[in-house]
Design a protein around this ligand. Sequence first.
Ligand SMILES: Cc1cc2nc3c(=O)[nH]c(=O)nc-3n(C[C@H](O)[C@H](O)[C@H](O)COP(=O)(O)O)c2cc1C
Length: 180
Amino acid sequence: MNLLINGSNREKNCFNILKAIQKKDDEFVSLARQNINFCLGCNACVRRLDNLCVLSDYITTNVYEKILVSEKIVLASPLYMSQISGLLKNLIDRLNPFYNHQLLKDKTIYLILVGQGSYEDNEEEINCIIKWLSGVSEWFSFSFEFLEYFCSGDINNNNDVIKNDVSYSNKIEKIKEKLT
Ligand SMILES: Cc1cc2nc3c(=O)[nH]c(=O)nc-3n(C[C@H](O)[C@H](O)[C@H](O)COP(=O)(O)O)c2cc1C
């Protein structure tokens, strides 16, 4: 079972890409429009050594358990101002309770990025994100792999990854193969 997480604030391109790669027994989580708080930075999860987060929201009630039982976790994020979305960054901050006992060890976290610009336009930003998340993966001892960048096109051109990314189907098939 893989866990697929939509890290966009809407259910459009990232959401549709994940739906296209979803297998029957995969879990699917969309962070869009959910009740999600920011990490308080209280470090209760570190001090108490019990992996608990003091917050009670969609992440504590729906996402933590799914992460813990999944071996492969696929994150899909839009590029927002050359970075991943704030929503997904917040989820990554909220992984802090798993640090003490290295509960993400032996898991693989994959990343899909979507932006309106071409891969070439965004290459530097994409590499920056890969470098950053590779660093995080080392602290937490999970494996990290960047899967694919999709171009969703200009907002005025419908911002639709299926129409605007000529390699859409090939990329989807490649990802599906990798995740089997
Ligand atoms: C606040 C904001 C910032 C964005 N910044 C970028 C960017 O830096 N580079 C880019 O290529 N696209 C950028 N985009 C476009 C989105 O990445 C694009 O619309 C993407 O398809 C959104 O993903 P979604 O369809 O899953 O919501 C931005 C969009 C928004 C709303």
